[in-house]
Write a protein that binds this ligand. Structure first.
Ligand code: AHG
Ligand code: MN
Ligand code: MN
Ligand code: MN
Length: 337
């Protein structure tokens, strides 16, 4: 009698189908979006991992709507996402960090009932120094009448997301996503080109180990923020210090805190009263994941997921990770900038 010891192999496709079966009236369109995002992850992983060999490192001569010099891989990753989704009939509009305006579905293709917002390559400044980068995505159901997507479909509070996730191009390529039934992690097996379930039902450790923050802005933080960082660092005698880990790729820094326990902070400062990170395709999707894993996310005044967006590329202060650490923010009330 063979004693089976290997764990059951669950591909992301099989997992998506099993989740879909929990909803008898599901049409399979959201599942299709998640499959396609896994495909996008494999395609961008290929580009990222060979970037040092092909002439795709470094910057273009263009600047994006953020005022950032676009890296060649920013543009390549953006194209991969748009081309993967513009004809699939599942989306009626998209929005990208790398494009100023709403991305409409080309004439002749059937628009679908979802919208996709994404950061095609997060952590671009790290590409040339081989530090992990990622892709972040957020999905909403269309709420306006008519077949084509409108700005109102994209400017929904994060609480209404129907799916969100990221792909991390790290020591391994991982995809983490949620549809509101927990947060689940899949690791790419490059030998077969499949994402396999490796982290089912992720729970962020309540006991934080890490603090991720860029100290360069300390002199521009208001006093309550400085006091909060002193608390996290154990400098005010109230608690043990957290280990500071910061690589400058939000996805990589968040993933470490999600699995190891900790808090990622990108506070508002006197020069940037809304911080740097973008609400729609960085803060919202990671906040959804964090909450689904038992964590939290706030902007210093309230939950990220309750913010009513007013423009595509609006920025937000962000505190994201283990719930107790994020809740601590409210003990250091911030001034209105
Ligand atoms: P992106 O590369 O998509 O523009 O995002 C960069 C972001 C985020 O990944 C990271 O946490 C943050 O920029 C780092 O900012 P600082 O260099 O100001 O710390
Ligand atoms: Mn950027
Ligand atoms: Mn980013
Ligand atoms: Mn980016």
């Amino acid at each position: 009698m063979v004693k089976h010891t290997a764990t059951s192999v669950v591909t992301i496709e099989r997992f998506i189908i099993e989740q879909e079966r929990m909803f008898p009236d599901a049409t399979g369109e959201l599942s299709g979006i998640l499959y396609d995002m896994a495909l996008v992850g494999k395609m961008i992983a290929n580009k990222v991992r060979s970037a040092g060999l092909a002439d795709i490192l470094g910057a273009t001569s263009d600047t994006n709507v953020q005022g950032e010099v676009q890296q060649k891989l920013d543009v390549i990753a953006n194209e991969i996402v748009v081309k993967a989704f513009d004809h699939g009939g599942r989306l009626c509009a998209m929005a990208s960090e790398e494009e100023e305006d709403i991305i409409h579905i080309p004439e002749g293709f059937r628009p679908g009932k979802y919208v996709l917002l994404f950061d095609p390559l997060d952590g671009s400044s790290n590409i040339d120094v081989n530090v992990p980068v990622g892709t972040i995505f957020s999905v909403f159901r269309k709420i306006t009448r008519g077949s084509h997507g409108e700005m109102e479909d994209l400017l929904q509070p994060g609480r209404r997301q129907v799916a969100a996730g990221y792909i991390l191009y790290g020591s391994s390529t991982m995809m983490v996503y949620t549809t509101g039934q927990g947060a689940h992690g899949f690791t790419l097996d490059p030998s077969i080109g499949e994402f396999l379930l490796s982290h089912p039902n992720i729970r962020i450790p309540a006991q934080a180990r890490y603090l991720s923050v860029n100290d360069a802005y300390e002199q521009d933080w208001p006093e309550p923020t400085r006091a909060l960082m002193r608390r996290y660092r154990g400098l005010d005698g109230e608690r043990k210090a957290l280990n500071v880990r910061y690589v400058g790729s939000l996805v990589a820094d968040f993933h470490r805190n999600l699995l190891g326990g900790g808090v990622f902070c990108y506070p508002a400062n006197n020069k940037s009263p809304n911080g740097k990170l973008r609400l729609l395709y960085e803060a919202n999707p990671l906040a959804f994941i964090a909450e689904q894993a038992g964590g939290a996310a706030c902007d210093g005044y309230g939950s990220i997921l309750d913010v009513q967006p007013t423009e595509l590329h609006q920025r937000t202060p962000l505190y994201l990770g283990s719930k107790d650490e994020v809740d601590l923010v409210s003990e250091f009330p911030l001034p209105k900038f």
